[in-house]
Design a protein around this ligand. Structure first.
Ligand code: FAD
Length: 499
């Protein structure tokens, strides 16, 4: 079967949907090919046993490590991509993240564009994701050309008390920027949203935000259950001519003038590597040999702080964070990272992640007094940290970096929490299965010898190929990536629209 469009986008997650939103008004025929289906509302959507203990929403696709072990990554394939499950924290990268800077275990190379270049696109991304926030609480907040359109999601009383305890301990907590319509979210059920799937409009994920806006235009459509297996080029290799995908077991082909790959940092690299042909023997758009390399994943740790004098009565919890150690902590002299609340940890969530088998009543009792935190430090780009294909399977060889900075962040946060009155502090550092913040496999840059796409996300090698997802991030910074992915995709859409 032969089909055609003006623009084909592979993947309907944050990058793909933001690109469709950016291009929708051009009137050009845009077809989004999405491997997954729409995520329907069923009782499991707010059932913490189904989600966290039974892995109801998890894919069965395993990836291989270079140690030969296969593993099930935390990667989701639905319309809206990983953002269906995201914590909805929509930080801008900090201004300092765009410049080169030293880290405890190396250096971050900086970006080919500066914060000011991306600022107008951050504005548009915040608008389409309806981000709630405050610009005057976090000392690391970069300049905004206008304040957030919506006030921050309110702290619950238990969290307001934690905020005040942190302030007394000398910390500067600030409201998290959140793509959450609280009333709408709680209407469905009184739960947190972090790692819970969104089946309505309470979490403004890629489907509820940019995709919904794009689909208001009749020239935009989504084909679900369409897994793209390769892209084809003309004989010269200068232009992509078709995307080949499998839907309902049948191979199909769609032609277009422009192709954008936004399948997520691991899957996009895999797709382009799998598309190798005579003109591009090592993968499409890979003359730099950087495709699949510089894979980053953030160094992240869950921290549980307990105070048996203060039960945690919060339902959703995830409203504050702090960046006191983000740029320079005044002790180590290097950037250490970000600290933010996790969603409320229930007994069932704790049981799913408990280091030993424990009865439900034990984890429920602990959870009653527990506050969960998420600590993030920058993972630095390294060409040897990479995604590869072996026998058509994805191989993820993650070489994590900068762990001394992450350990310092844990140490400093532990001491702050003790000072703030939490005598018990437990930690668990995440490994390769936690691929939530994957990025960097098709880095953006000005130099075609060292990068895969230019600052408008266009392939250096192939004139009508764009990559518009987390792959293009040249550095991981230490804040959540989705807003930056969206801003870059919207910027790319403006460039494509002019062409
Ligand atoms: C539990 C969890 C919590 C998170 N919390 C946050 C947070 O609070 N803040 C934040 O900024 N980020 C968060 N993230 C990360 C955020 O979701 C990602 O950074 C973001 O979704 C990346 O966008 P993307 O476009 O690169 O990929 P995705 O959004 O994952 O989109 C990729 C899409 O491509 C589709 N696809 C894959 N392969 C193919 C193929 N071959 N053919 C067709 N379609 C394909 C997938 O099904 C998917 O829809 C979280 C992630 C997870 C999993």
């Amino acid at each position: 079967m032969q089909q055609s469009a003006d623009i084909v986008i592979v993947g309907s997650g944050v990058g793909g949907s933001s690109l469709a939103f950016s291009l929708a008004e051009t009137g050009r025929k845009i077809v989004i090919l999405e491997r997954g289906d729409y995520l329907n509302d069923t009782p499991e959507a707010r059932d913490d046993v189904a989600i966290f203990q039974k892995g109801f929403y998890k894919s069965t696709e395993e990836w291989l490590g270079t140690d030969g072990e296969s593993f099930l990554p935390g990667n989701y394939y639905y319309v809206g991509g990983n953002s269906k499950f995201f914590g909805a924290v929509m930080y801008r990268y900090r201004k300092e993240d765009f410049g080169a800077r030293p880290h405890l275990d190396g250096g971050s190379p900086g970006w080919p564009i500066q914060y000011e270049d991306l600022e107008p696109w951050y504005e548009r991304a915040e608008d389409v994701f309806q981000v709630r926030g405050a610009i005057d609480q976090d000392p690391t907040e970069p300049p905004h050309s206008s304040p957030y359109a919506h006030p921050p999601v309110p702290d619950e009383p238990a969290i307001a008390a934690v905020r005040s305890r942190l302030q007394k301990a000398g910390i500067h907590p600030s409201s998290l920027p959140l793509a959450i319509d609280l009333e709408e979210w709680l209407k469905r059920a009184e739960t947190g949203w972090d790692a819970f799937p969104n089946t309505g409009l309470g979490k403004i994920d890629a489907e509820a935000g940019p995709l919904a806006r794009a689909l208001l235009h009749p020239n935009v459509s989504v084909v679900t259950g369409a897994s793209v297996s390769r892209l084809e080029t003309d004989a010269s290799g200068h232009r992509v001519t078709a995307a080949v995908f499998v839907k309902d077991g049948v191979e199909q082909r769609i032609r277009a003038d422009v192709f954008a790959v936004a399948a997520g940092a691991v899957q996009s690299a895999a797709l382009l590597l799998r598309s190798a042909n005579n003109a591009h023997p090592s993968g499409l758009g890979n003359s730099s040999d950087q495709l699949g390399r510089n894979f980053m994943n953030h160094n992240t740790t869950a921290m549980l702080t307990l105070d048996f004098r203060a039960p945690n009565t919060a339902v959703y919890q995830k409203t504050l964070g702090f960046n006191d150690y983000y740029n320079n902590d005044n002790e180590y002299g290097y950037p250490l990272g970000n600290v933010q609340l996790l969603g409320h940890i229930t007994g069932n969530i704790l049981k799913a992640n408990f280091p030993v088998a424990a009865p439900a009543w034990v984890t429920k009792l602990i959870a009653r007094y527990a506050y969960g935190w998420f600590l993030t430090s920058e993972d630095l780009p390294n060409p040897e940290s990479r995604v590869m294909i072996k026998d058509n399977r994805i191989v993820m060889h993650w070489i994590r970096s900068n762990m001394r900075a992450h350990e310092a962040l844990i140490k400093k946060t532990r001491s702050v929490m003790r000072k703030a009155g939490f005598p018990i502090v437990l930690t668990h550092t995440f490994g390769r299965k936690t691929t939530s913040h994957q990025c960097g496999t098709a880095r953006l840059g000005n130099n075609p010898a060292l990068s895969v796409v230019d600052p408008n996300c266009r392939s250096h090698d192939i004139e009508n190929l764009y990559i518009t997802d987390a792959s293009v991030l040249p550095t991981s910074a230490a804040v959540n990536p989705a807003l930056t992915v969206a801003a870059l995709a919207i910027k790319a859409g403006a460039a494509i629209g002019k062409g």
